[in-house]
Ligand binder design. Structure first.
Ligand SMILES: Cc1ncc(COP(=O)(O)O)c(C=O)c1O
Length: 370
């Protein structure tokens, strides 16, 4: 049976398992950036404890979960909308907010453009500069809003991924607020995807998002809370915008197990602190080791992954395929607009997994030199 055509993403362990004839548990996935410590152990107990909910429809309001998030962020529950992963919200946004022309910063997550294509909208890319280590071009975005070039039309929306994937770059909350003020003045939607912001909470504007009626912040329980298989994400914005978005979603977005697991994950603050400490330490070690491989270039990292360039003469796709044959999955970024053919992204995993990858990588790179 021919596979259904779909966009390429990291984390497709199922396709790799079928292709390599290996069980999913034999693969080491560096291609999706999920918390290397996994979900809180309390999640497993919550899931078994929620068994009695399976014969019922899930709560369409996600009431308890929204209450928990509201108290965590000190905002009203009316400002929160849950989705089947943040992806469901990304797909609902263009239609809900009538965004026909979106500006985004490349290289970035491909689904923003895909969701615009679905509604027939237009996307304009602003390229982050490799020579500036792919720093997010906040000043250029502000200028675009405040002093648009002659004859050019102001977009209806700007999408900023902070920290950005796949580059790992992030800007400070002050910069995002500057952009939010400019967007608000021009009546342009500003969507901030903070899927990876749990790794640098000081850069998040979520607690302040309520101050603007044109700002939408997206969050996910996938990466930091380690729940990709359960599909839980949310949007934070003004109550009237929540209503607009809600109309674009099906009645039940998050299933009962997802709601129970997300609640347990959010409550386990000790596991969250431990995860943060672990990722910071292991990311620093990995970055140092990778930068030590001759000819490799590492970029600043603010989440749980590293974006890098291979030595000259190498191609991201070729190395990804070579590692895949050994059961090691990384993200080839050679075809991401704005990146180059040597670009790859590697998630930070356990020390043991990381050492395995480092060994395989340095072997492959040195073989090609000899
Ligand atoms: C930047 C970014 N935003 C959003 C998503 C979607 O995440 P989810 O639907 O699992 O919340 C992803 C997934 O890879 C991502 O990388």
């Amino acid at each position: 049976m021919a596979p259904i055509k779909k966009p390429v993403h990291g984390g497709d362990v199922h396709a790799a398992s079928r292709e390599l004839g290996r069980d999913v548990t034999e693969l080491v996935d560096f291609s999706a950036s999920i918390n290397p410590l996994g979900p809180s152990p309390k999640v497993w107990r919550a899931i078994t404890g929620a068994r009695h909910l399976v014969p019922h429809y899930p709560d369409p309001e996600c009431w308890e979960l929204r209450q928990a998030l509201a108290s965590r962020w000190r905002i009203e529950p009316a400002r929160i909308l849950m989705g089947n992963g943040s992806i469901e919200l990304i797909y609902a946004l263009p239609r809900a907010l009538k965004i026909n022309h979106l500006v985004l910063v490349q290289p970035t997550f491909s689904e923003y453009a895909a969701s615009m294509a679905r509604t027939g909208g237009r996307v304009t890319a602003m390229y982050a500069d490799r020579d500036e280590q792919y720093a997010l071009p906040i000043d250029r975005l502000c200028r675009l809003l405040e002093r648009p070039a002659k004859g050019s039309r102001t977009p209806d929306g700007i999408l900023l991924c902070n920290p950005n994937s796949p580059t790992g770059q992030a800007c400070g909350a002050d910069d995002v607020m500057k952009l939010a003020r400019a967007a608000q003045r021009r009546g342009v939607w500003l969507i901030i995807d903070e899927t990876f912001a749990d790794y640098c909470p000081e850069r998040s504007i979520l607690p302040l998002a309520s101050a603007w009626s044109r700002v939408v912040v997206l969050r996910s329980l996938t990466k930091f809370y380690g729940l990709p298989g359960l599909r839980v994400g949310y949007a934070v914005t003004a109550p009237a915008v929540i209503q607009q978005l809600r109309r674009e979603l099906p009645p039940w977005s998050v299933n009962a197990m997802g709601q129970a697991a997300a609640l347990a994950a959010l409550r386990d603050t000790a596991h969250a602190r431990k995860s943060l400490r672990f990722v910071e330490k292991e990311r620093t070690r990995m970055a140092k080791e990778l930068a030590g491989l001759l000819g490799c270039t590492l970029f600043p990292a603010h989440a749980n992954f590293l974006f890098m360039e291979l030595p000259r003469g190498w191609h991201g796709k070729k190395l990804t395929e070579q590692l895949r044959r050994e059961g090691l999955l990384i993200r080839d970024c050679s075809s991401v607009p704005g990146a180059n053919r040597r670009s790859i992204r590697i998630a930070v995993r356990s020390r043991q997994d990381n050492d395995r990858l480092l060994k395989a990588l340095s072997g492959m790179l040195s073989e090609s030199r000899s």
